[in-house]
Design a protein. Structure first.
Length: 130
């Protein structure tokens, strides 16, 4: 507070009003912080769960790719991999929590169409593609 303020009753009332306003602002920001922390903790739990799922899927995919590489050869598997078109069918959506924009990614899974001949491949490649 300004040291040159005269010690009058009006200045005291103004200082008290400012103090009350500041306390209410602090309480509101504290509530907002608590809500955002709760949201963050929920997202952390979801992220850990999804990391475990991704780890499991990647392990299965790597094992299937190893089997396909052994049975068909790395060159043939690479050629088939290059024949599959790349798609990025995901959208980033935002929702607001206490005025803070939080992104969510929406992904629509699609079935991969086979663009390779079944004559020179086997079931191990089909498993690896899926």
């Amino acid at each position: 507070m300004n040291q040159n303020t005269a010690p009058t009753k009006a200045n005291l009332m103004a200082a008290q009003a400012t103090l009350n306003f500041s306390r209410k602002g602090y309480e509101l920001l504290d509530k907002k912080r608590n809500v955002l922390l709760r949201e963050l903790m929920g997202l952390i739990d979801k992220a850990k769960e999804m990391q475990g799922m991704v780890y499991d899927v990647f392990n299965e995919a790597y094992e299937a790719l190893q089997v396909a590489n052994i049975t068909l050869g790395i060159t043939n598997v690479s050629e088939v991999a290059r024949s599959i078109p790349l798609k990025s069918d995901f959208k980033v959506l935002y929702h607001s929590v206490m005025g803070v924009e939080i992104p969510r990614i929406k992904y629509e899974k699609y079935n991969i169409e086979h663009h390779y001949s079944f004559y020179h491949t086997n079931a191990a490649l089909d498993v690896a593609v899926q």
